[in-house]
Design a protein around this ligand. Structure first.
Ligand SMILES: CC(C)(COP(=O)(O)OP(=O)(O)OC[C@H]1O[C@@H](n2cnc3c(N)ncnc32)[C@H](O)[C@@H]1OP(=O)(O)O)[C@@H](O)C(=O)NCCC(=O)NCCS
Length: 201
């Protein structure tokens, strides 16, 4: 057998085994998915945790990398976190949904990012602001270490610079950065453009 053929067979076998282990892992964690099995490297701990009795729903071919750190998805009873087709979550720190958090298809969410739809604690007696859904658009890119706060909508293709705290919703095709995040510029791209991504492998 040619070396290339052997290598090809090995790759196919190892991908198949990884897919099988992924399916078992996701079922054990009660994660739902549609279409292509999500891409999670089962050879490497840590992976991620799902706590609470709400739903985590992954689209087709979602990638979840956890090489740079563990990810925690907390979903309260009746709440849902939805990750769009082919979105990439690279060592996201924490996603906490008491109502609804939606991450659009092809979104890139970087290491150490936190996304919450509830403040979690009352500011003072009698303060009981309801959770406010969060939505990240198609092909948006959230830079490492950023925080996305309750009620925020991030438009399609938009970019959040590293270590930003996003306190106001962002229009499509807009780049913001800082604490609090301010608009740096808007830009043009075809509506169907998909950003390339690199995992640093
Ligand atoms: C957002 C980003 C892509 C913008 O890059 P850029 O277009 O080259 O931006 P510039 O360096 O020209 O910066 C423009 C201005 O925004 C400021 N700025 C850029 N990124 C910033 C950030 N993350 N926080 C605060 N200010 C920032 C710059 O200081 C500069 O300000 P000035 O005009 O007063 O000098 C880049 O700064 C960034 O954050 N990259 C990291 C992305 C990341 O986290 N990747 C890891 C995997 S997700």
């Amino acid at each position: 057998m040619e070396l290339d053929e052997t290598r090809g067979n090995y790759m196919k076998l190892s991908k198949g085994l990884n897919r099988l282990l992924t399916v078992l892992y996701l079922r054990r964690k009660r994660v739902e998915w549609s279409g292509e099995v999500p891409d999670i490297d089962m050879r490497r701990p840590p992976k991620f945790d799902l706590t609470g009795s709400g739903r985590l729903v992954l689209g087709s071919g979602v990638k979840i990398f956890t090489r740079l750190g563990h990810s925690l998805f907390q979903v309260s009873d009746g709440a849902v976190i939805t990750i769009g087709d082919r979105a990439v979550l690279n060592s996201v720190h924490w996603i906490h949904a008491e109502k609804e958090i939606t991450i659009g298809p092809h979104a890139l969410v970087g290491p150490g990012v936190s996304i919450i739809d509830s403040d979690m604690h009352p500011k003072w007696p009698g303060d009981n602001r309801a959770p406010q859904p969060v939505g990240l658009g198609w092909n948006c890119w959230i830079g490492m270490g950023s925080s996305i706060l309750p009620g925020i909508e991030i438009g399609d293709h938009s970019i959040v610079g590293a270590s930003s705290v996003v306190t106001k919703s962002i229009s499509p095709k807009t780049m913001v950065a800082g604490n609090p995040a301010r608009i740096l510029r808007s830009f043009e791209c075809p509506d169907n453009w998909i950003r390339e991504h690199c995992t640093g492998e």
